[in-house]
Every structure is written in structure tokens, then in C-alpha cells.
Design a protein around this ligand. Structure first.
Ligand code: NAD
Ligand code: UFG
Length: 340
């Protein structure tokens, strides 16, 4: 398939591009580098099996996007591009509504004009908020607690309306749980700007000595050790989920929602312990106040994805920790050095 990947230089997009290319698909990436860099492209090309095209295009630039659709005829689109920092979305909601909604509307208009009607969308488990009792199924009620989550749910609704209005549209709304880990080569991984908001990138920076200690946000949650429990999923498992979703869309029209998680919940302390064991490093930590908006426990029921996509997460927490650490350790090296 010829696949357009928006945000293909980002964390999840880059791993998915490698996976698609390895499976023989032709990949075309558009990215405006707002949260990535061009070096990632060289690494995707090294790891993939087929040449990949890169276009530096901002999805907010409708004309430039129209040009992309004029130049190439795609079979499907995977839409990763967007802003994703929850805290920033609370401080600057207009930025998030404008960025995440306008870019998606621009994309959908161009897809419609070009008669490309297969789309995989990056949604998030954040749409479940704090209403549901895990394991969370796709029909659990949604409850939005921040503007970022609102943009995800709004796009899901737009895609559902679109599929209802025109039976030729096929869309997969993938609700990711907590993606962590990195490509096993150590060449691709998560590289957030500034102070990391999420647990794994913060933890790897502590392991490296870049930060003094990890702050654990609360230890009196109703969980087995008092710290928050999440469903961590290896980014390579997630990448494989996107390939399966694309195949599914070949034979299934309509809008389809899938949880992508491992189905297992681990606490912050579980993650630290596993990271220390498999990597033989020490992680100093301190217990601090809870982070506002955090929930105690979240993990997926991903049986629908297993049943309908033929997908399930296969990589365990130890592998996620090993791969994340290999990536962090190699971060400063240049591409050429890393290949030596
Ligand atoms: P990321 O920030 O690493 O990647 C997003 C990419 O999109 C970046 O390369 C960025 O430069 C690009 N981009 C952003 N706005 C753009 C625009 N207007 N035009 C062109 N390119 C643009 O994020 P990620 O972690 O890879 O996440 C990918 C998607 O998955 C996002 O939509 C995110 O909201 C969603 N998601 C991520 C997580 C997570 O924990 N990482 C969890 C659930 C959902
Ligand atoms: N945590 C710490 N210390 C840190 C960072 C996190 O103790 O420095 C804890 C949190 O309290 C939580 C767990 O580690 O219990 C995981 O936190 P993350 O910030 O890594 O992930 P969240 O579950 O809060 O949210 C992430 C993304 C959201 C996404 C959600 C579901 O940030 O955008 O997963 O996919 F919506």
C-alpha cells in the first residue's frame, strides 16, 4: 500500500514507518518538525526496507497539503501529527483546539477531494477519563478531563460522522494506553523537549544521571503498593497494531474503535524495580504529592483488537525497559557513530 504518515518523524510515527516499510508498504511522511528532527528520517531509512519520502509540510497549511495529495495517490493515511502535552493544553486550550482540530479537518478535506478514504487515527486512552473500572473496553463511557483529551474525542466524533455520511470511509480510531520503549536497534526512541512529563523518559534521564531523582506522584492510591497503575505498551507492538489496522480497513468500512494496550497494569514502583533489574542501574526516587488529574489505575481490555485485527502486544515490561535504556544511552551519538 502507498501510505501517507502525518507526524511520521515523531515517536510513534517513526517506529510505525519502519514497521510499514519492513512489511513492503511505500511510506510518505509529512512532518513540520515541531516536535522532531530531520535526523530521525535518516534512521527510519536505515531501518526500513524500502525508500521513504519525506515532505516538510505543516498540516495547518492547506495549500501545501493539497499539493502533497496532487503529487501522490495514496491508498491510506495514518494520522499521528498533533500536539500532545496535557499540561500545555490546559494552559493554552486554543492552541490545542486550533492545532489538533484544524490540521485534521485540512487533512480530511484533502483526503475527500483525492478520494482517499482509509484513515488510521491516533486517539488515546485519555478519552476514558476516570469513570471506568479497568480492564477498560471500547464501549466504556468517555469522560474528558483536559483540552488535549477533548481534541481526541472531537476528532473521533468527526470521523464517526464522516463514516456515517459516506459508507466508503473506513477509519480505525486507535486508543493507545501508555506507549514506552524504543526500537531494539537503539536508533529510534522518544526524545521529548525540555523536562519530560511522562514517566519512562524521566526515569531514563535519572538513570543516565541527567536528573537527580524521580518524583513519584503519590503513594496512597488504592493500588497494590500505593503508586499509580498503568498499561505500558511497547512502541514496536503499537507500530505493529497500525499495520494490522491498515489491513483491516481494506475489508471493513465504517468507523472502528480499538484499544491498544497490553492488558496488564504495572505500578510506578513495579516499573522502577523492573528497570533496575534488567538494566542493572539504580533509580533514586522520592515520593511527592499526587499530580492533579492523575487517576489511580488504568489498563485496557484489548480483546477486540485481538479478535478483529489479529493483534496483541507480545513484548513484556522487561523488554520495554531494556529498549528504552539502550535508546537513552545512545542519544548523544550521531547516526554514523551509532551504526558503527
Ligand atoms: P510526537 O510529538 O513524538 O509526534 C508527533 C509528530 O507530529 C512530530 O514529529 C511533530 O513534529 C509532528 N507534527 C505536529 N503537528 C504537526 C503539523 N501541524 N503538521 C505536520 N506535522 C506535525 O508524538 P507521539 O508520541 O509520536 O504521538 C503521536 C500521536 O499519538 C499524537 O497524536 C498523540 O496525541 C497520540 N498519542 C500519543 C501517546 C503517547 O503517550 N505518546 C498516547 C496516546 C496518544
Ligand atoms: N508518574 C510519576 N512521576 C513522573 C511521571 C509520571 O510518578 O515523573 C506517574 C503518574 O502519576 C502515573 C504514571 O507515572 O501514575 C504514568 O504517568 P505518565 O505521565 O507517563 O502517563 P499518563 O498515564 O499520565 O498519561 C499518558 C499520556 C497521555 C495519554 C495517556 C493514555 O501522557 O497523553 O498516557 O494514553 F493520554
Amino acid at each position: 500500500m502507498k501510505v501517507l504518515i502525518t507526524g511520521g518523524l515523531g515517536y510513534i510515527g517513526s517506529h510505525t514507518a519502519v514497521e510499514l516499510s519492513s512489511k513492503g508498504h511505500e511510506c510518505f511522511i509529512v512532518d513540520n518538525l515541531i516536535n522532531s528532527n530531520r535526523d530521525v528520517f535518516n534512521r527510519i531509512e536505515m531501518l526500513g526496507k524500502h525508500p521513504i519520502s519525506l515532505m516538510m509540510v505543516d498540516l495547518l497549511d492547506q495549500k501545501a497539503l493539497a499539493d502533497v495529495f496532487r503529487r501522490f495517490k495514496f491508498d491510506a493515511v495514518i494520522h499521528f501529527a498533533g500536539l500532545k502535552a496535557v499540561g500545555e493544553s490546559v494552559k493554552n486550550p486554543l492552541l490545542y483546539y486550533e492545532h489538533n482540530l484544524m490540521s485534521t479537518l485540512n487533512l480530511l478535506k484533502e483526503m475527500k477531494k483525492a478520494n482517499v478514504k482509509k484513515l488510521v487515527f491516533s486517539s488515546s486512552a485519555t478519552v476514558y477519563g476516570d469513570l471506568s473500572t479497568p480492564p477498560i473496553t471500547e464501549d466504556a463511557p468517555t469522560s474528558i478531563i483536559n483540552p488535549y483529551g477533548q481534541t481526541k474525542l472531537m476528532v473521533e466524533e468527526i470521523l464517526t460522522d464522516l463514516a456515517q455520511s459516506d459508507p466508503e470511509w473506513s477509519t480505525a480510531l486507535l486508543r493507545y494506553f501508555n506507549p514506552i520503549g524504543a526500537h531494539p536497534s537503539g536508533l529510534l526512541g522518544e526524545n521529548p523537549n525540555g523536562i519530560p512529563n511522562n514517566l519512562m523518559p524521566y526515569l531514563t534521564q535519572v538513570a543516565k544521571g541527567k536528573r537527580e531523582y524521580l518524583s513519584i506522584f503519590g503513594n496512597d492510591y488504592p493500588t497494590h503498593d500505593g503508586t499509580g497503575v498503568r498499561d505500558y505498551i511497547h512502541v514496536m507492538d503499537l507500530a505493529e497494531g497500525h499495520v494490522k489496522a491498515l489491513i483491516y480497513l481494506e475489508n471493513n468500512t465504517g468507523a472502528h474503535t480499538f484499544n491498544l494496550g497490553s492488558g496488564r497494569g504495572y505500578s510506578v514502583l513495579d516499573l522502577i524495580k523492573t528497570f533496575e533489574e534488567v538494566n542493572n542501574v539504580h533509580i533514586p526516587y522520592r515520593i511527592v504529592d499526587k499530580r492533579p488529574g492523575d487517576i489511580a489505575v488504568s489498563y485496557a481490555d484489548s480483546s477486540k483488537a485481538e479478535r478483529e485485527l489479529g493483534w496483541r502486544a507480545t513484548r513484556g515490561l522487561g523488554e520495554m525497559c531494556e529498549d528504552a535504556w539502550r535508546w537513552e544511552k545512545g542519544l548523544e551519538k550521531s547516526v554514523d557513530k551509532t551504526m558503527e
